[in-house]
Design a protein around this ligand. Structure first.
Ligand SMILES: O=C(OP(=O)(O)O)[C@H](O)COP(=O)(O)O
Length: 347
């Protein structure tokens, strides 16, 4: 190798002395490289050049000479960026960030929402913005993002992407990340339901692992709107379209997507952002933290506050056993308590 350089986790190898015509193209290459890295890492071209370190100390070139040494010949320049395997090895820790969408209009009215496509409330938009600013302040970057097919999650993701300047990353949407289907409870007020059926019953419907809510029947006010929604035209199949879901049933359709799609990306060293829902995320939390069916009952996820898992890049095991919220602990505690209180009977 004539020269190899490392810039952060990216490497450039130049196989031989460039010819004079190759040197002419150098500027174009470095600009393309700077542009690529700026997209991924927010570095400017000058920072990029200043941080270049060469593995042959005697070839400590100035930036301008380095510029001129680059060429458009792909055989000459072996690598412009490290492959993901190399990156994940260099990165000792892999971060996964998840966030429940910002407050929806139905959250603000304390209604069971499930598969009803509620919009973000004004407060929910602000929560999504705050989530974006938190990630921006921490300089957290992502390679791709995953969300449900419900507007409140998609909009939250868009707001975050805008703020952290990640509009270009691939976004994958799947109904498998949808909120649990709340069946016949969809559209009912939680506090009024607790008054009618008792707080204990509502707690079982909201938080038990395998007790489902009553099924949504064709006469239900939101039946047609959900079943005939064009976003479900092809998937889930008609004969498997849910009419209710316990957390267990939710997890049974979320987990294959987590394992086969999201986790594969994580294994390849990709930094993923998952924007989903209170209960679809509780399912993933159960799996990540290895919680029992009883332990998951106590987990409540507030809207719009990102949380992360840090994994050892070699073993892919979480470094800390529980999720860490990226927010003021007091705010997180109050927001979590507020979620619990939603099931208290109306006085
Ligand atoms: O649709 C819902 O969740 P979402 O607002 O996260 O999409 C549910 O109404 C959440 O309610 P729960 O916290 O009583 O399970």
């Amino acid at each position: 190798m004539w020269l190899s350089a490392r810039i952060g986790c990216y490497s450039i190898s130049i196989s031989r002395l460039p010819t004079s015509s190759e040197i002419c193209h150098g500027v174009k290459i470095i600009l393309a490289l700077a542009d690529y890295l700026r997209h991924l890492k927010y570095v400017t071209a000058s920072k990029l050049l200043n941080s270049a370190t060469f593995n042959r100390p005697f070839v400590m070139w100035s930036s301008s000479k380095f510029l001129r040494a680059l060429s458009t010949d792909p055989k000459l320049i072996r690598t412009l960026k490290c492959d993901t395997a190399k990156r994940s090895k260099q990165r000792k820790i892999i971060r996964i960030v998840m966030v429940r969408h910002g407050e929806s209009e139905w959250n603000s009215k304390n209604l069971f929402t499930g598969w009803y496509d509620a919009q973000l409330s004004r407060k929910g938009i602000l929560e999504a913005e705050q989530a974006g600013y938190t990630l921006k302040k921490m300089r957290i970057c992502f390679d791709n993002a995953f969300t449900s097919v419900l507007t409140r999650a998609i909009e939250t993701l868009k707001i975050i992407q805008d703020i952290i300047n990640h509009k270009g990353i691939p976004v994958y949407k799947s109904w498998r990340l949808n909120e649990r289907h709340y069946g016949a409870l969809t559209g009912l007020n939680k506090a009024e339901t607790a008054k009618q059926y008792g707080e204990e019953k509502v707690k079982v419907w909201r938080r038990s692992y395998d007790v489902p809510p009553p099924a949504m029947k064709p006469g239900h006010p939101y039946y047609k709107e959900i079943v005939e929604d064009m976003r479900y035209k092809h998937d889930p199949p008609r004969n498997a379209f849910p009419m209710f879901e316990s957390l267990k049933l939710t997890l049974e359709r979320t987990l294959p997507y987590w394992d086969k799609t999201i986790w594969r990306q994580i294994e390849r060293g990709k930094r993923v952002l998952v924007v989903a829902h209170g209960n679809s995320l509780r399912g993933i939390v159960k799996k990540m933290e290895n919680l029992t069916d009883e332990e998951i009952m106590a987990v409540n996820i507030p809207t719009g506050i990102p949380f992360q898992y840090l994994l050892d890049a070699q073993t892919l095991k979480p470094i800390y056993p529980t999720r860490k919220y990226l927010g003021d602990p007091d705010v997180v505690r109050k927001a979590t308590e507020a979620v619990v209180s939603q099931g208290k009977a109306k006085k």
